[in-house]
Design a binder for this molecule. Structure first.
Ligand code: TEU
Length: 557
């Protein structure tokens, strides 16, 4: 029904196709490879797959630079392979959510080729600006570093790109652009997709006249393109024309969105999105930018989570994630990828599956995959990381790669993109050829085959968590309340739904600790349902003695 749509009760699994499973030995994952893993996903128990872009693309940003929205990149297969994926998933009651990248296209998209030639009807498809070739139209910065403008010799004008120069921003003021996008979405819906993950959808509307941004305020220009002036009109139009009355999961990626912004995108009076991906909790360890990071401050992290839980509790809905293809591996960042790898991976999974909202599991998270070493800049594949290293050396912040290596290894998106570790075979069983990016050398220890037959593995624990989530409405819908907000090590909270109650206690530290259950918690009737330690007591004592990274979930029956 309307209050209980499938996507609130779902656990979503994110697939980064290039690194998931290669069926033909070219070193690049593909759709046939994904189809072969349908049973794996079914066995894990997930309800939907979000598939990152597989469309025609020159791959300047691994498919987030689309040159043809209605075809499949040949390295991934073709439309028949895509339909095969759709069918094998649907046969197992797993829905398929596609990535929708419409803030920008590739510069190799036909629309851009026509636009740069100023062909009839296409001249205004992008943000073009006249001016001298040595003076960009404004001071906006690209999210991948450097100016957000490039000069196009062919047209003799500047064009805007909030990401790479090969990703020109579409001009959403142009109704022909909007109609083309709607038509394309309709086409995919007719193919049977169950929803969209909308890439940087809150960047599509720019301030009229494209004025300079405040150079002191983080990313220069952001106040003119994040959650911009017409973004809600655009989304409402899209909703009314394309999305209305379908049973879809629509999740908008919205960097920089506050709780107040999110309430305008989702919820009963919102723009019709099911949920958004907010970024506050995954930027909590950033300094001036993502390349100046610190340890995660737990108290602040808890406060952010609690704020979002409360802010969207009655109107709207949260997505819950700690990792994706743009973030370092969660166990390396929020847990411990050494001695406590398994334990802390289970703890973090416990967190994402016991908050209110829809959990997203990123491929490899369920076996506790970690960040990888990148010994030389030649091992990096991501445009963002490569730009960063180049600029750091160019601007004299570093003499050589070694000076920034630690930062890169802690932060680069490549960490999330090393091949899925299926087994201890060559290249982790990912490919029979040479993988497009090196495997994490720890694959002999960290792999699906090994985890599968081990009841204590991270994988077995995830399977249990997902099953528990499906069994208990309390975990999906129950009200969240943060306990002991100032405790610097323990993340504890309660859940409540009608007569049902839950208590979740997570020791997010590498030291043992004890936790006094706050007086407001009624310990009576609570029973242990899952924990990452063998000796956790079955009922709730007044004081919990917790091992490093110990996680416990107590629920009323
Ligand atoms: O990412 C959007 C985004 O906001 C980026 O800032 C991202 O968080 C950043 O790369 C972190 O370092 C989306 C996609 O998820 C990403 O893979 C694409 O590169 C980007 O849009 C452009 O399409």
């Amino acid at each position: 029904d309307d209050d209980h749509p499938w996507w609130k009760e779902a656990v979503v699994y994110q697939v980064y196709p290039k690194s998931f499973n290669d069926s033909d030995g070219d070193g690049i994952g593909d759709l046939a490879g994904l189809a072969r893993r349908a049973d794996y996903l079914d066995d894990l128990g997930v309800d939907a797959v979000w598939l990152c872009p597989v469309y025609g693309s020159p791959m300047a940003d691994n498919g987030y630079d689309i040159s043809d929205y209605r075809s499949i990149h040949p390295a991934y297969g073709d439309m028949d392979d895509w339909r095969q994926v759709r069918d094998v998933l649907h046969e197992r009651d797993i829905r398929l959510v596609m990535d929708l990248v419409v803030n920008h296209t590739s510069d190799e998209h036909e629309w851009f080729r026509r636009s740069r030639r100023e062909e009839d009807g296409y001249a205004d498809y992008y943000h073009w600006w006249e001016g001298e070739p040595d003076e960009p139209p404004n001071n906006w910065e690209s999210i991948f570093g450097g100016p957000a403008w490039s000069y196009d010799e062919a047209r003799g004008e500047w064009y805007l790109h909030l990401f790479d120069e090969k990703q020109p921003d579409l001009n959403w003021r142009n109704s022909a652009v909007r109609e083309d996008v709607h038509g394309m979405m309709q086409w995919w819906l007719d193919e049977g997709v169950d929803g969209f993950r909308m890439d940087v959808i809150n960047l599509i509307s720019k301030t009229e006249g494209l004025p300079d941004g405040d150079p002191e305020a983080g990313l220069t220009g952001a106040e003119h393109f994040m959650n911009g002036p017409r973004v809600h009109d655009r989304l409402r139009e899209m909703h009314d024309r394309v999305l209305d009355d379908r049973d879809l999961l629509v999740v908008g990626e919205t960097p920089g969105a506050s709780v107040a912004d999110a309430r305008e995108y989702v919820g009963p009076n919102g723009d019709g999105l099911s949920m958004v991906f907010q970024f506050e909790h995954v930027t909590v360890d950033h300094g001036d930018d993502k390349w100046t990071t610190a340890d995660v401050p737990l108290a602040e992290f808890k406060e952010i989570i609690a704020k979002w839980q409360a802010g969207l509790a009655d109107e709207g809905w949260n997505s819950v994630y700690l990792s994706n293809h743009d973030q370092p591996r969660m166990v390396s960042r929020f847990g411990d990828d050494g001695e406590y790898r398994r334990k802390s991976a289970k703890l973090l999974g416990t967190l994402t599956h016991t908050l209110q909202g829809t959990p997203f599991v990123y491929q490899g998270e369920e076996i506790g995959m970690t960040n990888a070493p990148f010994e030389s800049p030649d091992e990096l594949r991501d445009v963002e990381a490569k730009n960063y290293v180049e600029r750091a050396v160019e601007h004299g912040e570093a003499d050589c790669y070694e000076d920034v290596r630690e930062t890169v290894e802690a932060t680069a998106r490549d960490n999330a993109r090393t091949p899925m570790q299926w087994s201890d075979d060559t290249h982790a069983g990912f490919t029979d050829g040479e993988p497009w990016i090196e495997c994490n050398p720890n694959y002999a220890e960290v792999n699906v085959e090994r985890a599968r037959s081990d009841p204590d593995s991270v994988l077995s624990y995830y399977r249990e968590l997902i099953a528990l989530r499906h069994e208990r409405d309390l975990l999906v819908y129950g009200e969240f309340e943060l306990l002991a907000p100032d405790d610097p090590d323990v993340f504890a909270y309660s859940r409540r739904l009608d007569g049902e109650r839950g208590l979740i206690v997570l020791n997010v530290a590498a030291d043992a600790t004890s936790f006094d259950v706050p007086a407001e918690v009624d310990r009576d009737g609570l029973e242990l349902v899952i924990a990452n330690a063998d000796d956790a007591p079955a009922t709730v004592p007044a004081t919990l003695d917790l091992d490093p990274y110990e996680a416990r979930v107590y629920l009323t029956p």
